[in-house]
Design a protein around this ligand. Structure first.
Ligand SMILES: C[S@@+](CC[C@H](N)C(=O)[O-])C[C@H]1O[C@@H](n2cnc3c(N)ncnc32)[C@H](O)[C@@H]1O
Length: 258
């Protein structure tokens, strides 16, 4: 009974958010995620969703850039950033979870040539407190925030049972504090890509809307176009109902202007 009630809550919550799309979205979320081999510059292929590749590519990292990946484990996007900095930049790949950080280190050592790996530092700090220690340092920051991961929740009776509407609101608050921290750690004129695999708009445009409101004039929101997906008010989303199973991925790109 309790379990059924929770299930109805999850479905009705998302039905309210996506009234026209929820039935198709639900079917798409229940299918196996679509992953393909990413190889560019790697010692061996790494399998990830092309929509996740787009999130990492959106940062537009150039050789020589000083880059921070604030929530990096298990490391798919960090591999892409690492190959882009090449042998002249630096990449700090951070994750607070020691278990996931061990996996991140393994992923890096198995996929990245030594000449690039020596430019990567793996750290284990709280992303939301990063700017207490470093301010105005990085050319580019990726914040791939911990999020609702509805695709995972909907296929897991255990997670579905624990789910409540408070979860997305809590995650949105956490993501906002990480984004504020990133926005101080990046250099003036530096770029931040904020991404999630959440469906919930609270964790996506909601976070950007709050930043625009509370830190008015300090950033410009860039609106890059991507090969697939759809624009949102502040960013871009790829949802699996319309994109052949890819996503959910949300991508927003901002520039610090002061
Ligand atoms: C969406 S996953 C990142 C996926 C990763 N970017 C990739 O492409 O493989 C979010 C990560 O954030 C980490 N995390 C959660 N809270 C954190 C915090 N306060 N500071 C730093 N990392 C955190 C989690 O351990 C998790 O590995």
């Amino acid at each position: 009974m309790g379990k059924n009630k929770q299930k109805i809550d999850f479905h009705s919550f998302y039905h309210d958010l996506f009234p026209e799309r929820w039935e198709n979205l639900k079917k798409a979320l229940l299918k196996e995620p679509v992953k393909s081999a990413y190889m560019k510059g790697l010692l061996k292929p790494y399998y990830l969703d092309e929509a996740s590749v787009m999130a990492a590519m959106a940062l537009d990292v150039q050789q020589g850039d000083t880059v921070l990946d604030l929530c990096a484990a298990p490391g798919g996007k960090t591999l892409i950033l690492a190959c882009q900095i090449g042998t002249s930049g630096s990449l700090t790949s951070n994750d607070r979870s020691s278990l996931r950080r061990n996996r991140l280190k393994r992923v890096i050592s198995e996929h990245i040539p030594d000449s690039i790996a020596e430019h990567i530092t793996v750290t284990g700090h709280d992303a939301s407190r990063w700017s207490l220690h470093e301010n105005g340092i990085y050319d580019k920051i990726l914040l791939d925030a911990p999020c609702s991961s509805e695709r995972h929740v909907i296929t897991s009776p255990e997670h579905l049972n624990k789910w409540s509407p408070a979860r997305t609101k809590h995650l949105a608050i956490q993501a906002y504090s990480m984004l504020v921290s990133a926005s101080e750690a990046v250099k003036i004129n530096g770029i931040i890509v904020y991404s999630t695999c959440a469906l919930s708009p609270f964790e996506n445009d909601g976070v950007l809307e709050k930043l625009s409101r509370k830190r008015k004039g300090r950033f410009s929101i860039l609106h890059p176009e991507f090969p697939f997906g759809e624009p949102t008010t502040y960013g871009w989303q790829i949802l699996p109902d319309t994109e052949e199973g890819h996503g959910p991925i949300y991508i927003a790109k901002i520039k610090r202007v002061m």
